[in-house]
Design a protein around this ligand. Structure first.
Ligand code: ADP
Length: 486
């Protein structure tokens, strides 16, 4: 960044203006904890209330804005984000810890998402239906849901906010955006870009701060019509319980325990690459990560040997250093959680390959990729989401057992299979109990113009992304019109 980041301070943005406040959270680089990116406002419950009021006050203006105005704002903002991909990618890698290529890719995707939904603003079509009554016209139209709270996690600091905020704005909603405390930098930039792109004051409000302080207002206020949340199962379930009395519309994306099935007939090179990227890309900190590798007996030993060889060659280092394959874990608490799960896996009988603390010249939260072999599906590491560079291997006899193990989880976000058998691939696509199924591609890594979401404990409410986003962000109205005079 061009600015002197030692003195960088960013305030909340409420009603189009910088909010007052004197509580700050340092934004610390997980690759080098002596590097503080800046200080970001720690908002209070009253900031959240002000933001809800600002969003409510600006709703009529934005709900009745022309589709052209909404499209232009999103398109301009998308262009700026793509143009600044190097700079914003550097900020993202610095505050979250994914590698520069991964971070830059995420920024470009955020820009593309804004531009896609800019187009969608112009395609908010309805239907005219023949009435069963003579002389009556029936129209089915979509209107904005209203005031929406957008609550996001730290693992995709710009893409997840973009894929919630862009459709919200495209369909005429106003927003209170609460990013995760660990990654306020990209969140602030995204809101700043959108406000400079011409968003009227109060349409998008930024409330940085802790979930405990500002969350209850954003999820419990009767002035909030919808909540789009991505984060942990525990928080998602709490939001579900607390928002029920207000009948708030919900969209919750929570955990995953995604299986990747590898069959005997798989190409070994493809299987290893798909597993490596799916399990350890972005330090494994993705809800779509392949955390359970379900491998049939005939390829198991060769697969484990080849994956181990590749994995041990991965360079774990500063996210912004050339040649780094995997950046640090996001913070000390997440690192402790990863190591706790590795210890439990060992205690329950798994054999651990990798998973070592790594020392680098700067003090960061470095852990090498970890593979736990010799596990069965009932072990803790195969039931609970770790959210780190940890994958386990379950050996199975054949495809039927692989499918049963893949589906034996409370989650259902994503699943994958590596095979050269068309019969197995198409059977798996139909019988996997996941919202997204990948054949010969990593479980993590999705397109932005198609629906994203899972089943069972992974997701609740309508799908995110693509054209399906409108199911959450709009209300359907059916109008009947008769001539009124003979
Ligand atoms: P993660 O493991 O990704 O940090 P969390 O569920 O803790 O998952 O956090 C996801 C988002 O939810 C963050 O922005 C966090 O601040 C927010 N959050 C945490 N607790 C609450 C709450 N009680 N109400 C609303 N939001 C919350």
């Amino acid at each position: 960044m061009s600015q002197d980041t030692r003195s960088l301070r960013r305030r909340n943005i409420i009603g189009g203006a910088d909010a007052s406040g004197d509580a700050w959270t340092p934004n610390v680089n997980p690759s080098d904890t002596s590097d503080v990116i800046g200080e970001y406002a720690r908002g209070s419950a009253s900031d959240a209330q002000e933001a809800v009021a600002a969003a409510r006050a600006s709703l009529p203006r934005w709900a009745f804005a022309t589709p052209q105005e909404r499209a232009d704002v999103l398109d301009r903002a998308g262009d700026e984000i793509v143009r600044r991909a190097d700079e914003l990618g550097d900020l993202l890698a610095r505050e979250e810890g994914k590698t520069l290529p991964e971070a830059r890719g995420e920024v470009v995707r955020a820009g593309q998402i804004l531009k896609f939904h800019g187009g969608q603003a112009l395609r908010n079509t309805g239907e005219v239906v023949d009435s069963i009554r003579p002389g009556v016209e029936v129209a089915v139209t979509r209107e904005p849901l209203g005031v929406v709270s957008v609550i996001t996690p730290w693992n995709f600091p710009i893409a997840i906010p973009a894929w919630k905020i862009a459709p919200a704005l495209a369909y005429g909603n106003t927003v209170i955006f609460k990013p995760a405390e660990l990654v306020p930098g990209c969140a602030w930039e995204l809101v700043d870009v959108l406000r400079r792109a011409g968003l009227p004051d109060g349409v998008l409000n930024l409330v940085m701060g802790s979930g405990r302080d500002v969350g209850p207002v954003l999820t419990g206020s009767p002035e909030v019509d919808g909540i789009s949340f991505t984060g942990s199962v525990a928080t998602g379930e709490q939001i579900l319980a607390e928002s029920a009395p207000q009948r708030t519309r919900l969209q919750l994306e929570m955990g995953g325990k995604n299986p990747l099935v590898v069959l005997d007939d798989a190409d070994l090179g493809v299987a290893v690459e798909v597993a490596l990227q799916g399990a350890f890309g972005s330090t494994g900190q993705r809800c779509t990560a392949s955390s359970r590798l379900v491998v049939t007996r005939g390829i198991h030993d060769r697969f484990v040997a080849a994956l181990t060889e590749q994995m041990l060659q991965w360079r774990v280092d500063d996210a912004r250093t050339d040649g780094t394959h995997m950046g640090p874990v996001v913070d000390a608490a997440q690192l402790a959680q990863d190591e706790r799960y590795l210890a439990i896996a060992r205690d329950e009988g798994g054999q651990l390959i990798g998973g070592d603390r790594v020392e680098r010249s700067a003090s960061g939260h470095y852990l090498s990729p970890a593979l736990v072999v010799g596990t069965d599906n009932s072990m803790t590491v195969n039931r609970e989401e770790v959210f780190g560079p940890v994958a386990s291997v379950v050996e199975v006899a054949d495809y039927e057992e692989a499918l049963a193990v893949a589906n034996a989880t409370e989650f259902g976000l994503c699943s994958g299979i590596v095979t050269t058998s068309l019969a197995a691939a198409s059977h798996f696509r139909r019988h996997s109990l996941a919202g997204m199924v990948m054949v010969n591609v990593p479980t993590a890594g999705v397109d932005y113009h198609v629906p994203f979401g899972g089943r069972r404990a992974s997701s609740y409410g309508p799908r995110e992304q693509g054209t399906y986003a409108k199911e959450f962000y709009t209300l359907v109205k059916t109008s009947y019109t008769a001539p009124g005079a003979p």
